[in-house]
Design a protein around this ligand. Structure first.
Ligand SMILES: C[S@@+](CC[C@H](N)C(=O)[O-])C[C@H]1O[C@@H](n2cnc3c(N)ncnc32)[C@H](O)[C@@H]1O
Length: 286
């Protein structure tokens, strides 16, 4: 098989251009191994053949991309995040939106992988007594990976992925199925899975909460900033953004309030009155 540095770097650039995913030196070995394995599977003898194919059709590009995605995830991956979501975010949104008609709650899991994150969100909302049937709860779950989304739609899990699910949650929200435990249809109906590339700022409507955990780490600093800015504009005033533990936005020029709770940081978009009040304080007129 012939695959030279120049071809590898062209493939790397094409992936970054279309998806924002960067393969820097720390992931160089992972990248070249996966590309070579893909070439063997597809019967490409030369790097130039692979390049031609992925430039020519989206199908070939997507096939290569699927083999390069890191999709590690699990239910309630960071317990502290779900505790903050349950105990701080949901009660606050419940009070703020209680008199709205219709009463709706919109949550976006951006980079949802195989579905464990949006289903963990659905379980948390569903078990929060305050959110009764009278609320219209919508969870949008998006990812660039088609294979991951197919697994998510089916909602069957086993092993480490469900290690943090409690007995009570199993009996309320899962049923035994071939290959593991399947999320019950009532919960599956709360989640809408859509293939979406976060590189294109697609309009998703206003959101109350956005979870984008362990996705930004794969992007360049510039693209991270653009995406966080996009999340800010998508969020309702008073809405929340959850990022992964190693993803900080402290140096970015966005006006989120950072709230530290237990072992996690939540980012809250201030309301118009809060922004105005802060401006008056800055100007010394409060
Ligand atoms: C490590 S997983 C994180 C899953 C989950 N959010 C969590 O924290 O457990 C990262 C996910 O981001 C997705 N992803 C990477 N780049 C993306 C892009 N440009 N658009 C949409 N999804 C992307 C990958 O396919 C993968 O499923």
């Amino acid at each position: 098989m012939s695959l030279n540095e120049h071809e590898l770097s062209e493939i790397r650039m094409l992936i970054e251009e279309r998806t924002s995913i960067r393969f820097d030196e720390s992931r160089e070995r992972f990248f070249s191994t996966r590309v070579r394995e893909h070439m063997v599977r597809k019967g490409h003898a030369r790097g130039i053949d692979l390049l031609r194919a992925i430039k020519k059709t989206n199908f070939d590009f997507q096939e290569l991309l699927e083999s390069l995605l890191t999709q590690e995830t699990s239910f309630f991956r960071y317990p502290g995040v779900f505790e903050a979501f349950e105990k701080r975010v949901l009660p606050e949104l419940h009070i703020r939106k209680f008199w709205k008609n219709p009463r709706s709650l919109r949550i976006w899991s951006a980079g949802c992988s195989t579905g464990e994150e949006p289903y963990s969100i659905a379980i948390t909302v569903s078990d929060a007594v305050s959110f009764s049937e009278a609320w219209n709860v919508e969870i949008l779950a998006t990812d660039i990976g088609r294979q991951a989304l197919a697994i998510a739609e089916r909602g069957v899990y086993s092993g480490r992925s469900i290690a943090s699910v409690s007995e009570k949650q199993f009996s309320s929200h899962f049923q035994p199925a071939e290959g593991g435990q399947q999320v019950r249809s009532r919960l599956r109906k709360m989640v809408n899975f859509v293939q979406m590339n976060l590189s294109n700022s697609v309009y998703v409507g206003k959101m109350d909460v956005i979870f984008c955990m362990n996705v930004l780490i794969y992007f360049s600093e510039e693209r991270r900033q653009e995406l966080v800015q996009h999340f800010y504009s998508v969020l309702e005033p008073g809405g929340y953004l959850f990022l992964g533990h190693s993803e900080s936005i402290s140096k970015m020029p966005v006006k989120f309030q950072a709230i530290v709770l237990n072992d996690c940081i939540l980012y809250r978009k201030p309301t118009a009155e809060e922004v105005q009040k802060a401006e008056l304080v800055t100007e010394g007129r409060a």
